[in-house]
Design a protein around this ligand. Sequence first.
Ligand code: GDP
Length: 445
Amino acid sequence: ATFGSLSDRLTETFKNLRTKGKLSASDVDGTVREIRRALLDADVSLDVVKQFTATVRERALSDEVNQALNPAQQVVQIVNEELIGILGGQQRRLEFAKNPPTVIMLAGLQGAGKTTLAGKLAKWLKKDGHTPMLVAADLQRPNAVTQLQVVGEQAGVPVFAPEPGNGVGNPVKVAKDAVKQAERQQYDVVVIDTAGRLGIDAELMKQASDIRKATNPDEVLFVIDAMIGQDAVNTAKAFQEGVDFTGVVLTKLDGDARGGAALSIASVTGRPIIFASTGEGLDDFEPFHPDRMASRILDLGDVLTLIEQAQQAFDEDEARKVAEKFATDSFTLDDFLKQMQQLKNMGSIKKMIGMLPGAGQMRQQLDQFDEGEVVRTEAIIQSMTPGERQNHKLLNGSRRLRIAKGSGMTVTDVNQLIQRFEQASKMMKTVAKGGVPNVPGMGPI
Ligand code: GDP
């Protein structure tokens, strides 16, 4: 999971805080120390960690926390806000040129995932109504052109590659010719894949910089493998000096490595992270949202992504209604059942649940997730009257017994279902309003 161990460490730290009422200065210091260790162990760069923990400490000791009803919760909120800050604050969208074609240049070390990203971008842009063209300006690595042609085909977009005898060996000319051709043929986005090296070298920088000068891109995306650890920061700085870039793409966030160096990049370079890649497939890719990433790391759940995925998979209006119901506390057992039935159709039920608040705590249970549970839940809810499904408070002891009999379950099963429903509604309500949820099993925070 993305930043799994960092996430576990931070959650553990907050768990200790939750048992406390008022926080003393030494509580705060202890917490800050643990956060500092967790970040450093995850490879977040020292400068970023220092600044981050200093700010969190200062805010945690201020009246803002002292006077709060629930100081621990306030501290979690502060860490969340500061984490969003180091990840770049606001979401930064890809910028398009006023006069097409928009030119997007990809730069980064070999193996960072540029060619794969070109395919992902092409597919994503196409879905969004654009007509992208890919350009093979990586003439260094054997096979790079073929590899780009393969992803281009998968994405269903054309690939501009040097013709034999014309421009071979001259990536600057290829890139320039490609932009001209895109203009003529009315492609509205040009994605230029450039060569990488295994390490930073002057020739690589010069070539990338020449391509940049020749094509005047609207976006230069620096692609960085989140798994390369501390080197990520130095590599980013080198590319910033050598080519400069307008945005960052983090790749391989699906890896189990510590990945924290990637968290430093936006702060260290002052450039926003625009996309995140989470796998080898062309769909394993999403626009980067600092706030969502922060809440994933802090295990606050990723309800917004969850809702968006639900929107894509099902009916958009339906999903929006559900989100509203959470916020206004009018989510009913009927809705719960409908959601479950839809989830069953989705297949990747685990992935969805993995994004719910507190899911990190349930990671082990998740692995044993039993889809038969859905069937049992269905049986129970379907044994209720329509009135009860609208208002679960009508379910008294004798009704619960009848429902248990009617569905072939025990009263305990029925009670557990209702308890889970109540917990879920409460959590989702808090999150839908932008708060930090109480996580079952962790006690009130
Ligand atoms: P390039 O040299 O920068 O063009 O890198 P490639 O696009 O060829 O990617 C290098 C390797 O990383 C390939 O095996 C890709 O399938 C793989 N890869 C790229 N992006 C991701 C990602 O987000 N997650 C994982 N797990 N693998 C990736």
